[in-house]
Design a protein around this ligand. Structure first.
Ligand SMILES: Nc1ncnc2c1ncn2[C@@H]1O[C@H](COP(=O)(O)OP(=O)(O)O)[C@@H](O)[C@H]1O
Ligand SMILES: [Mg+2]
Length: 248
């Protein structure tokens, strides 16, 4: 079971959209996917309630710091992928999810690195890496990128991130009406009407290329998948979290 988290301390960065595109694309390829909605806004759960999705996709809402590991333990063996949609925070739940994930994607809007929310997550990742003495597999994902962005501009961003030794997902998510429309009626990219939504085929191709990149980041050629540093703690015992009772 591979676990991918979407994290950015800023709301509106494109986390939920990327989580939905990834989960739907993996389901389309025949995998079983669970999305853990850790955001109280529950946009993902709202989308799921429309009920157009595949039976191979489940969305669990209301996930908290105390229940996250339990959910992951229960899902092990039942799904191929877990996608964790985090809230716009850099709190304990975000840190726990990052530590438990095999890959953390940090969506950043546009080509300009106006990215305070992303920086907060990157600092959190460094903190966990330093204290857990482990590497966290992570990459920045450019979202809502203008369709006519030049390869020169993209190269500049790549170079900038490479200087900071931060990986970039090769395929940026382009600003597309189709991606916005998904949330209107709980659609997928394959239930939308191509006659009504512009550039739907391009949006589908974009989502496919994005999912390919994510799978490559999870399983680099010739390497075994690197699990998150907290995963051994999570699966070591089967105990579920009991409430802490303080003596009177
Ligand atoms: N690639 C995209 N193309 C068009 N609209 C997008 C795209 N990514 C995000 N949006 C829109 O931007 C807004 C915020 O995106 P969302 O995924 O909810 O961000 P977050 O989960 O980080 O708060 C939503 O209205 C969403 O429809
Ligand atoms: Mg969201």
């Amino acid at each position: 079971m591979a676990i991918v988290s979407l994290a950015n301390a800023k709301g509106g960065a494109g986390k939920t959209t990327a989580a939905l595109l990834l989960a739907s694309e993996l389901v389309r390829r025949g995998d079983r996917v669970a999305v853990l909605d850790c955001d109280q806004l529950a946009c993902m759960a709202d989308w799921f309630r429309h009920g157009r999705s595949d039976s191979n996709l489940s969305v669990i809402s209301g996930v908290t710091t105390t229940t996250l590991s339990d959910h992951l333990r229960r899902l092990r063996g039942c799904v191929e992928h877990v996608v964790i949609d985090l809230s716009g925070a850099a709190d304990v739940l975000v840190a726990l999810a990052i530590g438990l994930s095999d890959l953390t994607l940090i969506p950043v809007q546009g080509c300009v690195m106006d990215a305070r929310g992303a920086t907060q997550v990157l600092e959190l990742i460094r903190y966990i890496e330093n204290n857990a003495h482990a590497n966290i597999n992570h990459a920045v994902l450019l979202t809502r990128v203008n369709a006519i962005v030049t390869t020169r501009a993209m190269r500049k961003v790549k170079l900038m991130l490479a200087e900071c030794k931060i990986r970039l997902v090769d395929t940026p998510l382009v600003e597309r009406t189709a991606f916005r429309e998904l949330f209107e009626q709980g659609d997928t990219l394959y239930s939308l009407d191509a006659a009504r939504v512009s550039n739907l085929a391009k949006a589908q191709a974009n989502a496919r290329a994005f999912a390919d990149d994510v799978l490559r980041l999870l399983n680099p050629a010739g390497e075994a998948m690197r699990h998150g540093p907290f995963s051994s703690m999570c699966y070591r015992s089967e105990r579920t979290a009991d409430p802490v009772v303080l003596p009177a």
